[in-house]
Design a protein around this ligand. Structure first.
Ligand code: ZN
Length: 210
């Protein structure tokens, strides 16, 4: 999929228990949904990604990203609606986010900056059951930083598609970042990141803080 064809970027916050807890957040009782502008998207294809270096910590959050291939209609099951998947980073200005949260303000400045949504290569969607049979891993500078499994999501892919589709709408070209497992931390200059799905690298980049 050409990144120009991506429309709405929905993201789910706190969808893995251990990640919610590591940031001192409560585990939500319904999906926490936010969006990013499409200008946040950058590829993860061995490139250098330039990120804000003067606004405090930039945290990595590796997530399964789903691509909508058919317009959602009430009752449509997720496996019909979704046609692709990849791994992506929901990059977050964590210090900025903490200030926004304290003031009760929206997260755009923390989550929606240019380059905040790197995406790996698209794969065909295996279906919800098969999705949970494999793990996704973020490797930073040769060491494992995050490991996740869709089976650990607090709200399953089916629940997310229904929730987002009914409230906000889901159409062809929309994507959903489904939340990050535990292990988030601040990026450093020249970090090299690999996103692995079932031991295959489907995205890689290095970091430049400007
Ligand atoms: Zn996230």
């Amino acid at each position: 999929m050409n990144t120009n064809e991506i429309r709405n970027i929905y993201c789910i916050g706190r969808n893995y228990r251990l990640h919610a807890l590591e940031l001192g957040n409560e585990v939500p009782d319904e999906p926490l949904v936010f969006t990013k502008p499409s200008h946040a998207i950058v590829p993860m294809n061995g490139n250098v990604i330039e990120l804000p270096g003067t606004a405090g910590e930039v945290h990595f959050e590796l997530e399964i990203v789903l691509r909508i291939g058919r317009d959602y209609e009430p009752g449509m099951d997720a496996d019909t609606c979704i046609d692709g998947m990849t791994l992506g980073l929901d990059l977050t200005l964590r210090d900025v986010q903490s200030k926004l949260k304290a003031k009760g303000q929206p997260w755009l400045a923390a989550k929606g900056f240019k380059g905040s949504a790197p995406l790996g290569d698209w794969l065909s969607y295996p279906g919800e059951a098969a999705l949970a049979e494999k793990e996704f891993v973020l490797v930073r500078n040769g060491a494992e930083a995050q490991r996740g499994n869709a089976g650990d999501m607090l709200f399953s892919v089916s629940e997310l598609v229904k929730y987002v589709g009914e409230r906000y709408g889901l159409g062809v070209g929309d994507i959903i970042y489904t939340g990050t497992p535990a292990g988030v931390a601040a990026l450093k200059e020249d970090d090299r990141l690999l996103a692995l799905w079932a031991d295959n690298v489907i995205g890689s980049c290095s970091v430049k803080l400007v």
